[in-house]
Design a binder for this molecule. Structure first.
Ligand code: SF4
Ligand code: SF4
Length: 339
């Protein structure tokens, strides 16, 4: 994670064209320039120059950003808002001791998520091996891949560090990054598979030379592994913002036998996860929730699948029992016919 000042040039390259406003889900609801990239950059310019201080109000505007990256895709100046917001949050983190206490609580919570032992591959002859990063939630790809002749090796990793990156706790984020790098160095491998979109993006951000980070769907597609459900099930899919290549997931959804996939309206719009953690912004976020929920219900599917721990939690919380939410790989693991 770079210091905010290192982004000075990038921040200054914002031409104030306002294109980000046309795609930002938060700007669409609030109409407030302080909530979108253009406004963020005006504030951050003032902060770097020393004309402004990192106040609670400024932090609130940064927190309102969903880090969905929709604006970056449209930005003619090619500015990565998510990286810059993380560095700006680090400024707030440094200046506010209460943030350190929250981060410590978060760290304790995250450590409790790693007590579930990983599932060992059954001892039989396998054609291939794959190294797996399960993330905080964990997830069992072992039996699914074992049935396809692939051995799964799951070292005892920790969190990828994304909650701390988002909070601006640079030190803790770096600790998790170093922990991952040390473990990886023990294996003579050039690729690792993960099942969570946010973990995938974070691990890619480590930029470890020679190591390819893949999501499980890319891996399944590459190896042409076609699955079959035990019975016909109708599902829709919510695309997490952190998934860069939806084509692989679509291939799974369209090529799994007995899986009836219905694409919902705005399947790639942000779920509004920030609203779950920021109850103070509930009014703003509830509009995002409602749109997403209506699109799921209108698809006609009673099951929504996704591939990010955060999205899964958000979709479940505001489902109001109208549909069930599952992680795609958990769903496949539970419902697939295994040889
Ligand atoms: S789209 Fe990019 S260049 Fe245009 S106002 Fe937004 S951040 Fe600035
Ligand atoms: S990342 Fe998403 S929420 Fe944040 S400013 Fe860009 S479009 Fe808006």
């Amino acid at each position: 994670m770079k210091d905010l000042v290192e982004y000075k040039e990038k921040i200054h390259s914002c031409s104030k064209c306002g294109l980000c406003q046309s795609v930002c889900p938060i700007y669409k609801i609030t109409g407030n320039d302080c909530c979108v990239s253009r406004g963020h950059f005006i504030m951050l310019k003032g902060l770097i120059k020393g004309d402004l201080k990192m106040t609670k109000k400024m932090n609130r505007y940064l927190d309102l950003c969903l880090k969905c990256g929709a604006c970056s895709k449209f930005c003619p100046s090619d500015i990565d808002i998510v990286e810059i917001i993380a560095s700006a949050k680090a400024e707030y983190f440094k200046a506010h001791p209460a943030e350190k206490i929250i981060s410590l609580i978060q760290r304790i919570f995250v450590s409790t998520l790693h007590i579930i032992p990983s599932v060992k591959s059954k001892s039989k002859k396998f054609d291939k091996k794959v190294l797996y990063f399960s993330g905080c939630k964990g997830g069992n790809i072992t039996s699914l891949l074992n049935s396809c002749g692939i051995e799964v090796i799951e070292p005892k990793f920790n969190c990828c560090g994304i909650p701390f990156y988002a909070r601006g706790d640079k030190e803790t984020y770096e600790k998790y990054k170093n922990n991952f790098t040390k473990i990886i160095a023990k294996y003579n491998i050039n690729e690792i598979v993960t099942t969570c979109a946010s973990c995938e993006k974070t691990l890619k951000g480590y930029k470890i030379e020679g190591l390819k980070i893949k999501n499980i769907y890319e891996y399944l597609k590459e190896n042409e592994i076609k699955l079959k459900l035990k019975k016909t099930q109708k599902v829709t899919f919510h695309k997490p913002c952190n998934i860069e290549n939806f084509k692989d997931i679509k291939w799974i959804l369209e090529n799994t036998e007995n899986l009836e996939f219905i694409e919902m309206k705005d399947f790639d719009s942000c779920c509004g996860l920030n609203g779950i953690t920021k109850l103070s912004e509930y009014k703003i976020m509830s509009k995002l929730f409602k749109n997403k929920r209506n699109n799921i219900i209108n698809s006609g599917a009673k099951i929504v699948l996704t591939s990010c721990l955060g999205c899964e939690a958000a979709l479940s919380v505001y489902s109001l029992f109208k549909y069930k939410t599952f992680d795609l790989i958990d769903f496949l693991n539970k419902n697939t016919k295994k040889s």
